[in-house]
Design a protein around this ligand. Structure first.
Ligand code: UDP
Ligand code: MG
Length: 311
């Protein structure tokens, strides 16, 4: 049976040779199975594509798809799944942070233990900046509170899945893709495997703090409408408060002829309400923007060149 390994690569010239050696070693362990390595060059500016083409010349298991520009890891995952011909497909980072050595164990779970997919999570965040870990944890807490889709803290995109699972993912054609959520959304039986965090073998992380923050907001908008409920609730609370305080002032004037004085309090209340309104419009805008992008029905990625048939 064929296993398609999908590897998104963005400026990974330094890590790729290490990755290739390691996956080649693991492939030997899985020797009965055919392996297909689908590298997605996500608009790299370094020599990633040249390295991939060289590998493809020496090794016919190597396939590459090169995007016309950087479309992001989510688009790369989608392209890889579309190109995958295997009965099984695995997603894996190019920097060996997703240890290929776990593959045989994962493969056993889908072929012999009756699971549809095997997912991985890291139990430690060793080697990661503490502030990043803090916000990552916060994100998972918020998501699990407000979204029906289950998100596992520390879950990686590293995952092996069967054809049923792949087809389910492909059937979701949305433009704003948040894979961690999609994996949970499709359901099926998933086994979780835990491992210790591994640091990137070479090169640098491609995710800045800002990029991660935007990704987190996209994830929340894509998988929860709770912020809209939140906006409605603040509006409601403000209205009730305004109603109560107006009644209070009118009564005081009528009964004791004592109107409230002072403009400072008035100004701060108007500022506060102005802020709340802008916040809520902002929340609304996020959803509107996503809807706008979805309605354009733009392709999720555009291919520059590739050696995959039919892509
Ligand atoms: N990646 C990608 N497109 C991007 C950013 C990252 O294809 O725009 C790939 C990258 O090459 C790597 C994987 O996604 O294989 C994970 O990226 P990275 O290791 O930089 O993230 P981290 O592990 O630090 O979260
Ligand atoms: Mg990494």
């Amino acid at each position: 049976m064929t296993i398609s390994i999908i590897i998104p690569c963005f400026n990974e010239e330094e890590a790729l040779p290490f990755f290739y050696n390691e996956i080649d070693r693991v492939a030997a362990e899985l020797r009965e199975e055919m392996l297909e390595l689908i590298f997605i060059d996500d608009g790299s500016k370094d020599n990633t594509l040249e390295i991939l083409k060289n590998l493809a010349r020496q090794d016919n298991r190597v396939k590459y798809i090169s995007f016309s520009r950087n479309f992001g890891k989510e688009a790369a995952i989608y392209a890889g799944l579309r190109a995958a011909k295997g009965e099984y497909a695995a997603l894996m980072d190019a920097d060996l942070q997703d240890p290929p050595s776990l593959l045989p164990e994962m493969y056993k779970a889908v072929t012999q233990e009756g699971y549809d997919s095997v997912a991985t999570r890291r139990v430690t965040r060793k080697g990661e900046p503490p502030i990043r870990s803090f916000f990552a944890r916060l994100f998972y807490r918020i998501m699990n509170r407000f979204s029906k889709t289950d998100l596992v803290d520390g879950a990686r995109d590293y995952r092996l899945m069967n054809r049923k699972f792949i087809e389910a993912l492909l059937s979701m054609q949305e433009y704003n893709r948040f894979s961690k959520g999609l994996f949970g959304w499709v359901g099926f039986k998933t086994k979780w495997i835990e491992f210790e965090n591994v640091e990137r073998i070479a090169g640098e992380t491609k995710w800045s703090f800002i990029k991660l923050l935007i990704y987190a907001i996209e994830g929340i908008v894509a998988f929860s409408t709770a912020p809209l409920v939140f906006a409605t609730l603040i509006g409601l609370v403000c209205c009730l408060f305004a109603f109560g305080s107006t009644a209070f002032i009118v009564m005081r004037k009528l009964l004791f002829d004592d109107p409230i004085q002072g403009w400072a309090s008035t100004i701060s209340i108007s500022l506060f309400l102005g802020g709340v309104q802008l916040l809520c419009i902002g929340i609304l805008g996020q959803y509107l923007a996503k809807t706008y992008l979805e309605t354009k029905k733009r392709p999720i990625f555009i291919i520059g060149e590739s050696n995959v048939e039919g892509m």
